[in-house]
Design a protein around this ligand. Structure first.
Ligand code: NAD
Length: 352
């Protein structure tokens, strides 16, 4: 029996191309660090609608639950744009997050040295190694609260329980302990009652983590500080809606969408790892997609779900090295070797 069982949800568009490269790199890491991986594939998104009529077949949920972790490519595309809302590919994405109880979304915003010029922020502001981790609560708050409509009004509800805030705060404190022991909790406690409960709860949890330096910031200030002085942040923890917005802002600071990984975690070891970008239908099948976000998602999986931190670091170092001379078209700069999706996967393997 293999040490780890991984379910692959390749999805649509460039999904299969980029996941294939991630698998290649994971196999190489397994060989180098002496562990074994067994794969199973399942359908999610448009390909699942085509094959079964629904974006998230029961069989997919069962396979994911039976595995140590899940690697997801991306879902969606114009072919399925006319599906009713609850049967769109993206409904499969929300469905699988819910079915696996993934309440914590980790979005690192990292600038790889060689890609500094891709950032819209000035060099002296980002410094040499900007590395922010945003921890977003994923299954509560206003996206899931009671909502409704009257004749000429509508409402949505932001609601958090102490238990919901406590468990996401613990994920963030645990991460901060493994990094620079600095945590910023972002809320709007000057206006929102739910934010006041958020802040009180985070302070309560902080008593269990005396080594972590905790500060609080209002979300409007945080949005500004992220572009004014991103280096001040290490780990940021925040609610679903604030995290949605701030993590997109932070990802833009890092420059290219083809580079950014993410993890969604439940209380246990099982996580779902995916690039933050979509299925890029405009370049699907052309062999030019950037597979690095998915490859870096594999590094996150090795670190957070499979307890193989050395392998994670080795992949990240290999990516950094390969970027010195090689680029897929989306991050191409003069003087570099222009490489395909497949070649980029091979180069990372060779560097490993
Ligand atoms: P997108 O991220 O797919 O593409 C935006 C732009 O970035 C495109 O020009 C694309 O070519 C480029 N791009 C994205 N990833 C790239 C990569 N790895 N390498 C090189 N270039 C890359 O966003 P979109 O165009 O708004 O959405 C396309 C489809 O993806 C839609 O159906 C959308 O619903 C879906 N989507 C899925 C997810 C997901 O599966 N998690 C996330 C976002 C969007």
């Amino acid at each position: 029996m293999a040490d780890y069982k991984i379910t692959l949800l390749k999805g649509d568009g460039i999904g299969p191309e980029i996941v294939n490269q991630a698998v290649k790199v994971l196999d190489k890491a397994a060989e180098k660090f002496n562990f074994t991986v067994e794969y199973d594939e399942a359908l999610l998104g448009g390909c699942a609608i085509d094959a079964t009529g629904v974006p998230l077949p029961d069989e997919t949920v069962a396979k994911c639950k039976a595995s140590d972790s899940v690697i997801l490519g991306a879902v969606g595309g114009p072919k399925w744009d006319n599906q009713p809302g609850n049967n769109r590919p993206e409904a499969g994405l929300l469905g699988i997050r819910g079915a696996l109880g993934l309440f914590a979304n980790l979005r690192p915003s990292v600038i790889f040295g060689p890609l500094k010029s891709a950032s819209p922020i000035k060099d002296e502001i980002i410094g040499d190694n900007m590395d922010i981790m945003i921890v977003r609560e994923l299954t509560g708050g206003i996206y899931f609260g009671e909502r409704g409509r009257g004749d000429d009004f509508a409402w949505d509800t932001e609601k958090y329980s102490v238990a919901e805030v406590e468990r996401i705060a613990r994920v963030a404190f645990d991460l901060a302990m493994k990094r620079n022991k600095k945590l910023t909790s972002v809320d709007k406690a000057n206006v929102l009652e739910s934010s006041r409960l958020w802040r009180e709860t985070v302070i309560k949890v902080s008593k269990d983590y005396p080594e972590v330096e905790l500060n609080h910031m209002y979300v409007d200030n945080c949005a500004m500080q992220l572009v004014r002085n991103p280096k001040q942040f290490d780990v940021i923890v925040t609610s679903n809606i604030f995290g949605d917005i701030l993590s997109d802002e932070a990802s833009m600071i890092a420059g290219s969408i083809g580079m950014l990984a993410s993890a969604s975690l439940s209380g246990g070891k099982l996580g779902l790892y995916e690039p933050i970008h979509g299925s890029a239908p405009d370049i699907a099948g052309k062999g030019i997609a950037n597979p690095l976000a998915t490859i870096l998602s594999v590094a996150m999986m090795l670190r957070y779900s499979l307890n193989q931190p050395e392998a994670a670091e080795a992949i990240e170092a290999a990516v950094s090295k390969v970027l010195l001379n090689n680029r897929t078209p989306d991050i191409y700069e003069d003087g570099m070797n222009k490489v395909s999706c497949d070649q980029m996967g091979d180069l990372v393997c060779a560097e490993l």
